[in-house]
Design a protein around this ligand. Structure first.
Ligand code: ZN
Length: 86
């Protein structure tokens, strides 16, 4: 689980996205090699591992993130969106 400390917690805020495009970024899960829709921290719904990814990059390929039980899919869900310029 992503963590913060008291001194940095105020840099993370809870939002309620209303624009459909933003809602979809949070609700969808993204597969191996898919394009990253927004820079941030993503959690694998299959194993709980977390990664940081930049918008426009690709999620890790099959050989970079695997599960012991290959029937458990690798699906990345946005859990913390970072504010980046450019
Ligand atoms: Zn996983």
């Amino acid at each position: 689980m992503a963590e913060v400390i008291a001194n940095t917690a105020h840099y993370v805020r809870k939002i309620a996205p209303t624009i459909l495009d933003e809602v979809e970024k949070w609700q969808y899960v993204y597969g191996i090699g898919a394009a990253v829709p927004a820079s941030g921290i993503y959690r694998c719904t299959g194993c709980g591992d977390e990664i940081t990814s930049n918008k426009g990059d690709k999620f890790p390929p099959q050989n970079r993130h695997q599960h012991a039980n290959s029937s458990v899919p690798v699906q990345w869900q946005l859990i913390v969106k970072t504010q980046t310029k450019g």
